[in-house]
Design a protein around this ligand. Structure first.
Ligand SMILES: *Cc1c(COP(=O)(O)O)cnc(C)c1O
Length: 392
């Protein structure tokens, strides 16, 4: 039997994130007939609200019962055949996993290296496209918020670089940890496929993945892609009109999603983004006061929903996280891939009030002391000073 711990568990991982009580209540009910009239109306309402969150007028919306990884696979399978080529920037563990999946599907990958401490370089993408005079590259894949490093890629700038190179490749973006945290503009940035998941900024339990699909991507899927059945996009077109799914949808997760999107609308998306920015800024102030180092080295690329922090050489980030979990009942994100044990990540995305947020930083500061990690005191104070005067 595990030991009893009083008080609320702090789930400060960058996904899954805390689930608001309103969302929990919304899904705590009987399922409904997914072929009945009530479901069609719900489905249509959700498609409309998702378009608002993706900031798209007319993209086709896919909702698959899967984690975000499923939406990756559906986007690759619908648009790319074995032997087709993609361009991807190696910005961190999630670009790595997406690249690995493409390779497994027989897709030929052209990769641009980074040091995992910044976002993708739009100029380098433009240059690679410029050299591809035969247009063998069928898609540019980019991770908007690289959750492993807490660095953003400027998607609007990537689109501009593609336009300047006059290259017809599709632009496919993983927005799994930015949707609902950062301003994300599927239409304005000319994105062809946006990929998202339920368990990060959208505040819903894990289990749903989303795609927003442009007309151009849909047309590409009609004549190309690899063999697929369950993941095929074509049924989504009819489904978006009727609100019904070709299979049994995750009904109760959709109840949750609908309520979570009501909450985003009530707060207002610009306010949601500003709140995430405040917490991210306050976190960086705490890190600076502690004298620790951010994983992200480009100040224009700091992520709003997560901050990855390096521990000094010779110290273990995993030991720090274990102590914080054990002593203070708080879960933090671990370092992934090549920065395993070198960074810990504070998730400050989704449903988070200012006191839960400062409580999170308090747990980290106590943990730094308990784990014997060299640091200065006063990080929480620096964050509090800022938040006390930051405009709501
Ligand atoms: C969480 C995350 C994923 C993985 O999503 P799953 O839901 O675990 O499949 C992919 N990309 C990014 C950027 C993420 O943050």
């Amino acid at each position: 039997m595990s030991k009893f711990v009083s008080g609320r568990h702090f789930l400060q991982t960058p996904g899954p994130t805390n689930i608001p009580d309103r969302v929990l209540r919304a899904m705590d009910r009987n399922a409904i007939n997914h072929r009945g009239p009530e479901f069609g109306a719900l489905g249509r309402e959700i498609i409309g609200k998702l378009r608002g969150v993706f900031q798209t007028e007319a993209a086709t919306i896919g909702i698959f019962p899967a984690s975000g990884t499923g939406a990756w696979e559906s986007s690759l399978a619908n648009t790319l055949a074995p032997g087709d080529r993609i361009l991807i920037s190696r910005t961190g563990q999630f670009s790595h996993l997406w690249e690995q999946m493409a390779s497994r599907l027989g897709v030929d990958v052209v990769a641009l290296e980074t040091d995992w401490r910044r976002g993708a370089d739009p100029a380098a993408i433009g240059q690679a496209l410029g050299q591809d005079s035969e247009h063998r590259i069928k898609a540019v894949c980019a991770v908007h918020s690289e959750t492993s490093t807490s660095c953003m890629t400027d998607i609007g700038a990537v689109r501009e670089a593609m336009n300047r190179a006059k290259h017809p490749a599709l632009l496919m973006v993983d927005a799994i940890s930015s949707l609902g945290c950062a301003d994300y503009r599927h239409d304005a940035w000319g994105v062809d496929v946006t990929i998202a998941g339920s368990q990060k900024g959208l505040m819903v339990p894990p289990g749903l993945s989303f795609t927003a699909i442009s007309g151009k991507a849909l047309a590409a899927a009609r004549v190309g892609g690899t063999r697929r059945s369950y993941w095929d996009w074509e049924p989504l077109v009819a489904s978006n009109k009727t609100g019904y799914f070709p299979y049994t949808p995750a009904v109760n997760l959709l109840f949750a999603l609908n309520e979570a999107m009501n909450m985003l609308a009530e707060e207002g998306l610009p306010n949601v983004f500003a709140r995430h920015d405040r917490y991210a800024r306050a976190t960086r102030m705490a890190v600076a006061a502690w004298g620790l180092e951010l994983q992200c080295q480009d100040p224009s690329a700091y992520a709003p929903g997560v901050t990855a922090i390096r521990v000094p050489d010779g110290h273990s980030a995993d030991n720090l996280r274990n102590i914080i979990l054990d002593r203070f009942n708080m879960a933090l994100g671990n370092g992934l891939g090549r920065i395993e044990d070198k960074v810990f990540r504070i998730g400050h995305m989704g449903d988070l009030g200012v006191l839960s947020f400062t409580g999170t930083l308090t747990g980290v500061e106590m943990g730094l002391r308990a784990a014997g990690i060299p640091h200065r005191e006063g990080g929480v104070q620096a964050a509090m000073n800022y938040l006390a005067s930051a405009n709501e």
